[in-house]
Design a binder for this molecule. Structure first.
Ligand code: HEM
Length: 145
């Protein structure tokens, strides 16, 4: 296996870690919000791990960006759907999703009231997962598997 396929497999598999942590973060925050619960250290850690996983995926993606044959900068890039997707659209949508997660975590951290802490995670992490799923659906590669 060459470096490209190793990094590609890593990036491909790492999506599940990001998805699972973001989904767990959303569920626990939703339960916290609806159940008017306090914001515990466990809540904070799960939200933080989801943030770290997204940032790690960003770094792996960045390395992959320089290895992938589908990332090209020629006059044909924007005319072909696959090179346009992998050179421009995937990165743009995924970075947007990661920014949403970062903003959500930071708003949750700054909020004083527990419900505001939970709400920031629910809103921003949910938006982020919608963007990530939409980006993968658009890639015509399987969402899972
Ligand atoms: C949370 C964010 C991200 C998720 C969930 C994600 C997910 C994925 C998935 C599922 C694939 C397809 C893998 C396959 O078919 O085997 C992929 C490929 C790829 N991603 Fe990401 N990605 C993310 C962020 C990024 C970022 C930020 C970049 C660039 C800076 C990036 C660059 C790439 C590249 C270059 C490919 C490979 C195209 C190829 O050669 O087949 N990704 N990503």
């Amino acid at each position: 296996m060459d470096l490209y396929s190793i990094v590609k497999h890593l990036h491909s598999g790492f999506r599940y870690i990001v998805f699972i942590l973001v989904v767990i973060a959303i569920i626990q925050s939703l339960l916290g919000l609806l159940g008017k619960k306090t914001y515990t250290n466990v809540n904070r850690k799960i939200n933080l791990f989801a943030l770290i996983s997204a940032h790690t995926q960003l770094l792996i993606g960045l390395v992959l960006y320089f290895l992938s044959p589908l990332v090209k900068f020629t006059s044909e890039t924007m005319k072909q759907a696959d090179t346009r997707y992998w050179t421009v659209e995937h990165v743009a949508m995924m970075i947007f999703a990661i920014i949403l997660i970062t903003v959500g975590y930071s708003k949750s951290k700054k909020a004083i009231l527990p419900e505001a802490k939970h709400r920031a995670i629910v809103v921003f992490y949910l938006l982020a997962i919608v963007v990530m799923v939409a980006a993968i659906v658009q890639s015509h590669r399987p969402l899972l598997g």
